[in-house]
Design a protein around this ligand. Structure first.
Ligand code: MMA
Ligand code: CA
Length: 189
């Protein structure tokens, strides 16, 4: 239909050269400009969307984690995709306004063990061998060590991990240089 209109234009303008008449005709196709406009608007909309998305993320980071897996009042938890040493994991959390998870209750332990995944927790005896403390400086009171743990093999296991067995008592002490998945906890207050 559009083509027909174009050809019609060419046929009535005899005095003009064939190519300039054709150019004129193309310019006059009514749908063409509208199509360009729609394409341009769509492109601009996409750019706007990306800009908005990035700026919102930057504005609210670290107040919102990308994919928190749970909110167990009053905390938000974030599970890692990759593995890092205990110290690097901790730094990663801290840079996002959080820290490695502190297990304050049996309910919290029960949430974490269901991952069946080895994960760093915010527990270490690096400061004084055998004195386990949480990353907020509090002493370990209630613990969920796997039977036989912590065994501090060669005196080199200073960091706490949750094991993958799924049982309630599943903590182990391991070298802080081991590369493990980890969980950050951000307090909401
Ligand atoms: C065993 C056990 C732990 C120790 C790790 C080190 C798999 O568990 O001996 O106590 O920390 O090995 O890999
Ligand atoms: Ca151990």
């Amino acid at each position: 239909m559009v083509r027909f209109e174009g050809e019609h234009q060419i046929s009535v303008e005899h005095e003009e050269s064939a190519s300039s008449a054709k150019n004129e005709a193309i310019k006059k196709i009514p749908g063409r400009n509208a199509f360009r406009l729609i394409l341009l608007s769509f492109g601009l909309l996409c750019i706007l969307q990306v800009a908005l998305n990035i700026s919102l993320r930057l504005t609210f980071w670290p107040n919102s984690f990308k994919e928190p897996f749970a909110t167990f009042c009053p905390s938000v938890y974030y599970i890692s995709y990759g593995t890092k040493t205990w110290w690097d994991s901790r730094r990663y959390c801290q840079e996002r306004g959080a820290d490695l998870v502190i297990v304050n209750s049996r309910e919290e332990q029960n949430i974490l063990r269901r991952f069946r995944q080895r994960l760093w927790i915010g527990l270490t005896d690096a400061r004084e061998e055998g004195v386990w403390e949480w990353v907020d400086g509090t002493q370990l009171n209630t613990s969920y060590w796997r039977p036989g743990e912590p065994n501090s093999i060669k005196g080199l296991e200073d960091c706490g991990e949750i094991g993958s067995s799924g049982s309630e008592n599943n903590w182990n002490d391991i070298s802080c240089n081991f590369k493990n998945y980890w969980i950050c906890e951000r307090k909401l207050q």
